[in-house]
Design a protein around this ligand. Sequence first.
Ligand SMILES: CC(C)(CO)[C@@H](O)C(=O)NCCC(=O)O
Ligand code: NA
Length: 543
Amino acid sequence: MDPTGQKYFTIIDYVIFALLLVASMAIGLYYAFTGGRQSTTQEFMYADRSMKCLPLSLSLMATFQSAVAIIGTPAEVYANGTQYWFIGCCYILGLLIPAHIFIPMFYRLHLTSVYQYLELRFCKAVRICGTVTFIFQMVIYMGVGIYTPALALNAVTGFHLWGAVLATGLVCTLYTALGGLKAVVWTDVFQTVVMFTGQLAVIIVGVHQAGGLSDAWVKVRDGGRISGIDLNPDPTVRHTFWTLGVGGVFLMLSLYGVNQAQVQRYLSSRTEKEAVMSCYMVFPCLQVALMLSCLMGLVMYACYGNNSPLEQQYITSKDQMVLYFVMDMLQNFPGLPGLFVACLFSASLSTISSAFNSLATVTMVDLIKPHYSMTEARATLLSKMLALSYGIICVAMAYVVHLMNSSVLQAALSIFGMVGGPLLGLFCLGIFFPCANSIGAVTGLAAGLVMAFWVGIGGFLSRMPSSVQVLPFNSTNTVLAASENITVPAVIDAASRPAGLNGLYSLSYMWYSALNSSTVVLIGLIISFMTENHQQIVKLLKY
Ligand SMILES: CC(C)(CO)[C@@H](O)C(=O)NCCC(=O)O
Ligand code: NA
């Protein structure tokens, strides 16, 4: 082993990685030159509303399953055990509710984008607020999505960071802009297969390296990595059954119920029944994805025990563990590291392509088309240009993410809760509360976003150790020492804050979606009530 712990790619690994990009590009080109040749917006955005349920379900799963989950989940399980696995419980309600409430309604309305619902229910202004919030959410998220695998690859193999970002960004932008939603869905299918294969291969080899199944089991059990169900009701504990299984339902609803990227897939299916079926089939797919990434964390523990490469200072952050593990354990299996890197990038490609396509769709359908009349050919061309532009924005966002520094899984899920949560609240306000009006909706959304950033940023700042990492450092040890030093004043400082606020800041990030969506509904209802009864209130005040 290289004394610095640096690992190297072989030529076969590079070839496998290149094959992934070439195959994805080929699928994009295929859909650019077959069918309707992407000459209408119906085909580009909604695949001519002709999709079947199997590819859709894999694509639905792939959208929010990026390298973040592949890297972040094993790191979480390695460090804290299998408690995170209980997030699998929230998939039940988190998919049943979209399947039986959101999908039938959106499908029957034959929407052009999910935000059109907001105009039908409230008014144009609410639609635009919804669209802009969605764009904001997805632009940040895709930055995290593209940056994460590139950073891991760079840290472990020395592969050029921006080279990886640009190569994947370029390929993904091209196949999305050329092949439209059909290309996005079918590359998702192919990339999901690569993703599962890569993870499975590493797990099998890892178990073998750990001395077989029973040895591996004994090691993780004795290391205390098999967690029982934690029923602690305290909402500030990061991961318990309640935060994951119940808080997670709201997270799932914001992703699988009202997110344009997913609703676009439901709307593109041939029949309503297939749309509902595809949502049902996401359940087993998500469970497999979750199982593979949790098992990966356990296998890492079985191989390293408490003597992690982080501890040995071969790497500088938890998020580099998985790839380091792969390069370390699979040295003698030429091609396997390449397969795993292909797995990481597959996961992210399938996420950012969905982001490009859905962002181009909403920008066109919600922001541009209502104001300018244009021919179908022109609208399609403009949609493709928009997809290209979002590709460029994505690379720019990767640079912004580069300047920040936090655990990727928690960062991504926090974004979903902080921006997706208020959007979920807005839709719920419209769907479940006939008395809500437009003024209430806009004010509610604003209040939800303010609450989200107040609690989200407050929480981030009050957990000082994570922000310490942005300081320059020489080795892991100094970081640990620094964070220990700073933790003490941070705790004292936190204790001197009002107890109520302090409690709010330490809320588990898994509750963000629930908190922020409820805020929107509550404030939305209060304001609606006040403005409906405006006349009476004015009279009352005069009296
Ligand atoms: C969306 C969930 C929570 C569903 O398990 C999962 O796919 C996940 O943890 N995603 C993290 C974000 C990402 O992988 O980009
Ligand atoms: Na993905």
